[in-house]
Design a protein. Sequence first.
Length: 225
Amino acid sequence: MTHGFDKDFWEQHWRQTGAGGPGSMGGNPPNPYLARETGGLTPGTALDAGCGAGAEAIWLASRGWHVTAADISSEALARAAERAAASEASERLRWVEADLSLWSPDTRFDLVMTHYAHPAMPQLDFYDRIAGWVAPGGTLLIVGHLDAPGPTAHGHEHEHAHGHGHGRGHHPPAEASATPAAITARLDGAEWDILTADEHLRTLTGDGGRAVALRDVVVRATRRR
């Protein structure tokens, strides 16, 4: 299936998957790679590109980061802001409704991260775009999908894990996937130090207690000063 990943797609997506209210989506924990890849960093400014229900942005803010969290969907941002309001981190969060294929921030950040985000532009071009928003000495963290056709990666279960899925019964489409090698090949070795370029297979519990395997890609790089 080919998706446009435009605003209408994501608003409909969040209306459908968030039908049970903010608790059905906004209560999801941040993905497990976030703490692993950023736990040793000194808190500063961060951008969460395609923040969805806000789990990762809120986690960072709760640890002292000042986070700009951007998403194309007003539905997603409403859920994220409601969840953040119940935390002590809300004062360090700024929510921005924006099409990340068009919008650009007015500053660069110590950390730019994205977690399973799919804008209305080619996936690797999107990663190129957000990499340009990393300040010298800053970190780029990309967590995305590996294309896994068949029963091993279903968007619905992924949705309940992260808040970034593709609807019941659909694995992440090929155009929303990228390999670590494809991502790191776009990062100029004269400008970037690659610290992580991994593929991970992990298992979650889906509907009815069914085990669901997910294939993820994790890339972390530091921009040289």
